[in-house]
Write a protein that binds this ligand. Structure first.
Ligand code: 13P
Ligand code: SF4
Length: 330
């Protein structure tokens, strides 16, 4: 989704979420970052888990992993600054070998991406010869290079169903895999070590607890949650699909079973709703802050670059995902 807010509109978005002095400080930095963006011909992509000051203040495009990867493949700019985590910037770099791709903090990782190496994938391929590999986009470029097709939380079932094989190695998110397994007859070989450190914390008891308090409660979960959590929810989808679902469901009370900033960003989009104030924070996403974004543009740091021999193979698995995901249904 494209964002093109004036400074006054940004202030309005932040008003109910921050103290006045925090808004003043944020606006100073936002103006500085906007000027640098123009000077450097840079585009900023912002994941839905960015804090509202970053999300509304400086992003040109916001969205989920799929939407932002697609946008990264299309944008015309000299610099792409990815406000998200490292694997997202790496994906942008794989798709743009000639552009400078930056991330404001190289330590913004992901527990899922860290759970598996390219060597692990090679061993699995030896163990299951000829079985295709579908990998969640939350993984390193080296892992993508060993993969037949990538997927995201928005298209995982579609990708799995499109593969001409009864058995698929599905990596690394074990819970996403289990959530997909419920809707496909294909056998998925899963990777037990792959878990999101944020979503694995939710339990079905959490949901039951809030259902007792709000009888109209709309519960929306991310598929990185365990299956008992998604089963106790009304809808499961990617971060952008969550927002779309709310648009079409009028319940006043909404529980988002996902990272905290998601609800903060949606509060201003849906002022008539009550987002239940419970959530877990992703320490990686939270490493991206306005001062670091300013420095990233000012000093053109930190560049994320994938060696071409890895990027070439990884690119195929991402482009294959786009091809399947955006295929027109006849
Ligand atoms: P989405 O693709 O749904 O935005 O998810 C990315 C992610 O890292 C969720 O934890
Ligand atoms: Fe990774 Fe989970 Fe953070 Fe998303 S929320 S970036 S899956 S650790």
């Amino acid at each position: 989704m494209k964002l093109d807010l004036t400074i006054d509109q940004v202030k309005e978005k932040l008003e109910k979420l921050y103290m006045p002095h925090e808004i003043d400080q944020a606006i100073e930095l936002i103006k500085e970052i906007r000027d640098l963006k123009k000077q450097k011909n840079a585009v900023i992509l912002g994941h839905n888990y960015m804090t509202p000051d970053v999300f509304y203040g400086v992003s040109d495009y916001v969205g989920d992993s799929l939407g932002l990867a697609k946008k990264a493949a299309e944008v015309q700019a000299d610099i792409i600054l990815f406000n998200g985590v490292h694997f997202m910037a790496e994906t942008a770099s794989i798709l743009n070998p000639d552009k400078k791709v930056l991330i404001a903090d190289l330590e913004a990782g992901c527990s899922l991406a860290e759970s598996i190496t390219a060597d692990d994938v090679r061993k699995l391929k030896q163990q299951y010869p000829g079985v295709p590999v579908v990998t969640y986009i939350n993984c390193s470029a080296e892992v993508k290079a060993e993969t037949d097709v990538c997927c995201t939380s928005a298209n995982a079932l579609k990708i799995v169903e499109s593969i001409d094989s009864d058995t698929i190695i599905f990596l690394p998110d074990v819970y996403l895999g289990k959530n997909i397994q419920k809707f496909t007859n294909k056998k998925l070989i899963l990777w037990d070590k792959g878990k999101c450190m944020v979503h694995e914390q939710y339990t079905k008891e959490d949901i039951e607890y809030y259902r007792k308090q709000f009888n109209d409660l709309l519960v929306i979960a991310h598929p990185e949650c365990n299956t008992d959590v998604t089963e106790a929810s009304d809808f499961t989808g990617s971060t952008s699909q969550m927002a779309d679902f709310i648009k079409n469901h009028p319940q006043k009370n909404v529980l988002l079973v996902t990272e905290c900033s998601m609800a903060d960003n949606l509060r201003s989009e849906f002022p008539d709703r009550n987002f239940i104030g419970t959530c877990h924070t992703c320490p990686h996403m939270k490493k991206i802050t306005l001062p670091k974004i300013r420095d990233a543009l000012l000093y053109e740091q930190y560049e994320v670059k994938v060696p071409e021999e890895i990027a070439e193979k990884a690119r195929k698995s991402i482009l294959r995902m786009f091809e399947i995901s955006y295929q027109k249904v006849k």
